[in-house]
Design a binder for this molecule. Structure first.
Ligand code: GTR
Length: 451
């Protein structure tokens, strides 16, 4: 039973503010293009030993595994082999008339151990559009689904009384003790702008989300509550060497959601799309890098240690990340603090691991902390891998004007006006991009019921 009701401010808002409004002009960091020291970008198509990669076979057999390993060793850590667990899930609720009859809502518990209900678990919330059937009302349909973790609990993504609130992690006032508490009802829908559930459903896509704290609380010294504890070797400490950090754990959680979604008869398992904002954008990128069942990625301002370039020394640094969020990364990541220009695994290599799948990289002009130009340059560089694999990457090396999208190829990019956030503008572009790339195979694409 829940020990107490938490105030709205603590449960949803503080948690989400910390994620959506980082200081964008912290003193002591570089925001001036002219002050970037000379740097060399890593080459996604050159093996560690210097040989060029010129064939798709060399990419798949040599360079790609090498890059995955570089990220495991230097940034996110290695997902333990023991963490490959069988799917154990229970659908705890289905409403086939959700959103005024336009969607099916499902809530599913995904268990992390054989203990099932009494062990650690993640609650997945899924909305699936109902599609019109000629003369027969609205019916079931295998939908493409956009999957992402949320910051504040499932109840924050939409003001829908049918969503069972997620217990959230928070620091108790005064004692600073970490608590797992039921959020107040007022947190319902507080992240609706960032999730745009109705828009997604209206365009014919499903949406699936889970609270990232179900996998690991986003706090220093909280690893005892992480799924990482379940897979430790005897004597191993979670943060040493190349042992995985919280981003690795959250990415693992996304894959557990893919395990479930792949079995759901209302979902098209070939069209599961990962998304995420900021630290959860880094998470979506890393999940897709490791899990090729993810068919496409929509990555919003995943920034440094995500889609941006640490080597460019613009905005956030490794030192800042390592100081503020050491638990997101493997222990070895600390080596690169103060040595950003030497990091052997950078954003352009991360994005190249998503090739040849459709990838949308989104920046915000006011989010200089993430370095929008660095995010764009990463997308340009990763596009070379798309070309090697017979796809068209970004198709331009000129950064589009603010609020314009480059969307001709399998890699898309925009920098919108505004700050670090996910907005309706981002979602409109994302859905246009998915319409171009994830059309339904059976040619059944129809408009979905609107109010
Ligand atoms: C910042 C962090 C960024 C980004 C952001 C977020 O404080 O330094 O790399 O991940 O948090 O997740 O909102």
């Amino acid at each position: 039973m829940h020990s107490r009701i938490l105030s709205a401010a603590v449960a949803g808002v503080v948690c989400c503010l910390s994620a959506s409004a980082p200081a964008q002009h912290l003193a002591g960091y570089n925001y001036d293009e002219a002050k970037i020291p000379p740097y060399a970008m890593l080459d996604p198509l050159r093996l560690n030993d210097g040989r060029a990669v010129t064939t798709a076979a060399e990419w798949w057999q040599q360079r790609r595994p090498e890059i995955v390993r570089l990220f495991e060793e230097n940034v996110y850590g290695r997902t333990p082999a023991k963490a490959r667990i069988p799917l154990r899930a229970r659908v705890v609720e289905i409403d086939r008339h959700a959103l005024q009859g336009r969607a099916i809502r499902k809530q599913i518990d995904i268990y992390f151990t054989a203990k099932g209900e009494s062990g650690p678990k993640m609650r997945l919330l899924v909305y699936l559009p109902l599609h019109p059937r000629a003369g027969r009302g609205y019916g079931r349909h295998r939908s493409a689904v956009i999957l992402g973790l949320n910051f504040g609990g499932n109840q924050t993504v939409l003001d829908d009384p049918g969503i069972e609130p997620t217990l959230v992690w928070s620091k108790a006032k005064g004692s600073g003790t970490l608590e797992h508490v039921l959020p107040e009802d007022a947190t319902r829908g507080t992240q609706a702008q960032e999730w745009q559930v109705e828009k997604v459903i209206g365009r014919g896509y499903g949406l699936a989300t889970a609270y990232y704290g179900d996998i690991e609380p986003d706090f220093k010294d909280a690893s005892q509550y992480s799924v990482r504890q379940l897979f430790l070797q005897p004597g191993q400490t979670a943060v040493a060497g190349d042992a995985w950090g919280a981003i690795g754990a959250w990415a693992w959680g996304l894959s557990r959601a893919v395990d479930y979604l792949s079995t759901d008869r209302d979902v098209d398992a070939k069209r599961i799309v990962a998304t995420g904002h900021s630290r959860l954008g880094k998470t979506a990128d890393w999940a897709a890098a490791q899990d090729e069942r993810i068919a496409a990625v929509l990555s919003t301002e995943s920034g440094k240690a995500g889609q941006s370039l640490s080597r460019r020394e613009m905005g956030e640094t490794v030192q800042h990340l390592e100081h503020s969020f050491p638990y997101w990364f493997c222990g070895n990541y600390a080596r690169w603090a103060g040595h950003d220009r030497e990091i052997p695994a950078d954003g352009n290599l991360l994005l190249s691991l998503i090739a040849p799948r459709p990838l949308y990289v989104a920046s915000a002009a006011g989010d200089e902390w993430s370095d929008p130009r660095g995010e764009f340059l990463s997308a340009v560089s990763a596009s070379r891998v798309y070309a090697l694999l017979g796809k068209q990457g970004l198709g331009t090396t000129t950064m589009p004007a603010v609020n314009q999208s480059a969307m001709e190829g399998d890699v898309a990019y925009h920098v919108r006006s505004g700050v670090h956030d996910v907005t309706a503008f981002d979602w409109d572009r994302y859905l246009d991009f998915l319409d171009l790339h994830l059309r339904e195979s059976e040619g059944l694409r129809t408009r979905v019921k609107t109010q």
